[in-house]
Design a protein around this ligand. Structure first.
Ligand SMILES: NC(=[NH2+])NCCC[C@H](N)C(=O)O
Ligand SMILES: [Mn+2]
Length: 313
């Protein structure tokens, strides 16, 4: 039997950063995500591809108070505290010339991670492109959110819409422009979010588009015009995947990419050679079956780092 060939595309050493929290989510359990990824063998898998991997352990932050929304936000103070930790940890790794891999935790943490990456890009004259692989747009604000959950708001915060402590997490706002992001796999967008997406011109490759064009064309488009100076950040919300293959998430939505579509997307990102940072978020082991979602996430992360399905490469 032949196995996929290992050929890492990244020469950068990588650092795993655990952020065990679900303060931004509507279900508890994503706080166990980092351990589930470790137990499923993330470090070993990356090491097997020839990468230098350091596990920095887990960040520390406030517990989940599990209270209702105040002014349209649940747990705002806790979300701020966790995102500060994440931003500082991601900055530190980028400063050391390493590739940070954030192990969430819920997707509110994408704010801290991408704020750090955007700052790094500004400081080093790099262009930023963010691929947001997700069933959701995460583009809510406190006046339109159906839930008050801040994991539905990081993209809005990144482009300057949200509470000041979050939009200005990195000092200046906005952290990035809508045009620097490509959303892929989108299939659950709230009514108010749709309007905001249109108003701000957020580039979205939703599932309808993937159905029409195919994942290959969509990824070619999303990865077009990258150059030597581009830092590509991949924010991988595990609920991007169809829940039939990835049940361990709090807000799964049917009609997502199948295994091969997701794998091809990851392979094409790897081939771009530009990935400089990664989030793996929203894994909820409490809702999983035998850690299967952690295992598939790791499998796809291996593809992101160059594990190839080509017979001759
Ligand atoms: N990162 C996520 N899983 N986000 C889910 C967001 C769901 C919904 N749009 C909300 O704002 O409540
Ligand atoms: Mn998300």
């Amino acid at each position: 039997m032949s196995s996929p060939t290992a050929s890492p595309v990244s020469a950068l050493p990588v650092s795993l950063i655990g952020a065990p929290t679900d303060v931004g989510a509507g279900d508890r359990g994503a706080r166990l995500g980092p351990e589930a990824l470790r137990i499923a063998g993330l470090r070993e898998a990356l090491h097997g591809l020839g990468l230098d991997v350091a596990d920095r352990g887990n960040l520390d932050g406030p517990p989940n108070p599990w209270t209702g929304p105040v002014d349209g936000y649940r747990h705002l103070d806790e979300v701020i505290a966790w995102n500060r930790q994440v931003m500082n940890a991601v900055s530190a790794e980028l400063g050391l010339g390493r590739m940070p891999i954030l192990l969430g935790g819920d997707h509110c943490l994408g704010l801290g991670s991408i704020t750090a990456v955007a700052q790094h890009c500004r400081a080093h004259g790099k262009k930023l492109r963010v691929l947001w692989l997700d069933a959701h747009a995460d583009f809510n604000t406190n006046d339109i959110t159906p839930s008050g959950n801040l994991h539905g708001m990081p993209v809005a915060c990144l482009i300057g819409l949200g509470p000041r402590e979050l939009t200005h997490l990195g000092g200046e706002a906005p952290a990035m422009q809508a045009g620097q992001m490509r959303q892929i796999g989108t299939r659950s967008v709230d009514a108010g979010e749709k309007q905001l997406i249109r108003r701000h011109g957020l580039p979205v490759y939703d599932m309808r588009r993937i159905g029409d064009l195919g994942i290959k064309r969509v990824m070619e488009d999303a990865l077009a015009d990258l150059d030597e100076d581009t830092h590509l950040h991949v924010s991988f919300d595990v609920d991007f995947l169809d829940p039939s293959i990835a049940p361990g998430v709090g807000t799964g939505v049917a009609g997502g990419p199948n295994y091969r579509e997701a794998q091809l997307a990851m392979e094409m990102i790897a081939e771009s050679g530009r990935m400089g940072s990664l989030d793996i978020v929203e894994l909820n082991p409490i809702l999983d079956r035998d850690n299967a979602t952690a295992l598939i996430a790791i499998d796809l992360v291996e593809s992101l780092f160059g594990k190839s399905t080509l017979v001759r490469d």
